[in-house]
Ligand binder design. Structure first.
Ligand SMILES: NC(=O)c1ccc[n+]([C@@H]2O[C@H](COP(=O)([O-])OP(=O)(O)OC[C@H]3O[C@@H](n4cnc5c(N)ncnc54)[C@H](O)[C@@H]3O)[C@@H](O)[C@H]2O)c1
Ligand SMILES: [Fe+2]
Length: 384
């Protein structure tokens, strides 16, 4: 069966990537809107992008109001700023939140309306040029056709899709991830681990997505603990930026599965950061998925060196699961209880969360048949 394989228009990566890529800015338009968050402004990361635009004689305005994971309201405000400032292209600077916001704003530029109108529909519109500059080694949003926006009316995280959401240019420059604190490094890095392992063990996997997924998983097990334990370790930061990009390319052309399906409802209702809620689910979800894909999990186990050629598939996949449990612990991932979620409130929401997870379609990509009861049971097990 023929399959598409979609990547960003251009990728510039490695130390000095911004300096190399900035000469292309004048080709994108006359005035950029930099979509970012207040932390990027405070840390001086935004100033570096502003300077690069000034160097190239390109005008810009800054929209620094992505104050958390994006909502429909933030998107409407960003669109108003884009129009008011008469911008003609977009730069998303930050983690997944500003990059996803950039894509959502871009999708409304020509057609107007509200981002919620796209719930359940594929986005297929004319877009302004999109430049993605990630500052977390996590979501891979710089290389995906997705944007995840909170619908504040329905209290759901909408997973919106469209090939037009792919960035025109992705600038992967480790100078931007160097400032990420340990907690952000851990959760966003584990998000990338979910992307590549889910992509590899998805019913939608294809040979090219496998290549990127295996490369990413290897890098993450080697370099994520290093980046977490010493944020100034530049080699670890460079390698994690590449891993997050590879993992993004992998799931963009395969899919995510159970973890992401179950994580979005937790994020929407309990306001836990995306990477952290994924990290909390990793052990339980892979424990469920393993028997449906021993052969695939075994390859992951051998790829990271947790298992050897002498191990049969079941043993090798169990060794992979052990390695996942150990990295989750080493990065001090809290449980829901340790994070302060109220058990009673969580249990009351389990039926809605299980329905929302299944409605997203992601859990069904797991290589094991799954029911609503299975999902409810996994949510309950997070408290054992
Ligand atoms: N589009 C996709 O394909 C895709 C994939 C996965 C997740 N997502 C979405 O991305 C969002 C999460 O993105 P994220 O995990 O990158 O986090 P984020 O963008 O929400 O950032 C988390 C926190 O880290 C801070 N931060 C980011 N980079 C930093 C740096 N270099 N130095 C210091 N602080 C820094 C931010 O200011 C923020 O406070 C969620 O909404 C999630 O649903 C999108
Ligand atoms: Fe993710």
């Amino acid at each position: 069966m023929a399959r598409e394989f979609i990547v960003p228009g251009q990728i510039v990566n490695g130390s000095g990537a911004l300096a190399l890529a900035k000469t292309r800015f004048p080709g994108f338009g006359k005035k950029a809107l930099i979509v970012t968050d207040p932390v990027m402004v405070k840390l001086g990361n935004c100033a570096k992008v502003e300077q690069a635009l000034k160097d190239e004689g390109v005008d810009y305005a800054v929209f620094p109001d992505i104050t958390g994971e994006p909502t429909d309201t933030m998107i409407a405000q960003g669109l108003a700023k884009y129009r008011e400032q008469k911008c003609d292209f977009l730069i998303g600077l930050g983690g997944g939140s500003p990059m996803d916001s950039m894509k959502a704003i871009g999708s409304l530029v020509e057609h107007g309306g509200d981002i919620d109108d796209y719930m359940g529909r594929v986005i297929d519109v004319k877009m302004p040029p999109l430049i993605a500059i990630p500052t977390t080694a996590g979501t891979g949003s710089e290389a995906t056709q997705f944007t995840i926006i909170n619908n504040t009316h329905k209290q759901v995280k909408m997973l919106l899709k469209g090939a037009c959401l792919m960035s025109t240019l992705a600038i992967i420059d480790p100078q931007f991830t160097m400032t990420a604190p340990a907690g952000v490094t851990a959760h966003t890095g584990l998000d990338a681990l979910c992307h590549c392992t889910e992509a590899y063990t998805s019913r939608k996997a294809q040979p090219l997505s496998d290549t990127f997924a295996l490369s990413a998983v290897k890098r993450i097990f080697t370099y994520l603990p290093r980046a977490y334990e010493n944020g100034r370790d530049e080699e670890a930061r460079v390698q994690m930026s590449i891993a997050a990009l590879e993992a993004g390319i992998a799931f963009n052309n395969s899919s995510v599965t159970l973890i992401h399906g179950m994580s979005r409802p937790i994020g929407a209702l309990f306001h836990i950061a995306h990477g952290l809620s994924n990290a909390m689910l990793l052990k339980e979800c892979f424990r469920f998925a393993l028997p449906g894909a021993y052969d695939r999990f075994a390859v992951l186990g051998r790829t990271i060196g947790a298992a050897g050629a002498e191990d049969d598939d079941r043993t090798a996949s169990e060794k992979f699961l052990e390695a996942v449990c150990s990295i989750v612990d080493r990065l001090n991932t809290p449980t829901l209880e340790q994070y302060g979620v109220n058990r009673g409130e969580f249990f009351a929401q389990i039926p809605k969360m299980a329905s929302d997870a299944l409605d997203s379609g992601s859990p069904q990509n797991t290589m094991r048949d799954i029911t609503k009861e299975d999902i409810e049971q996994m949510y309950r097990r997070l408290w054992d």
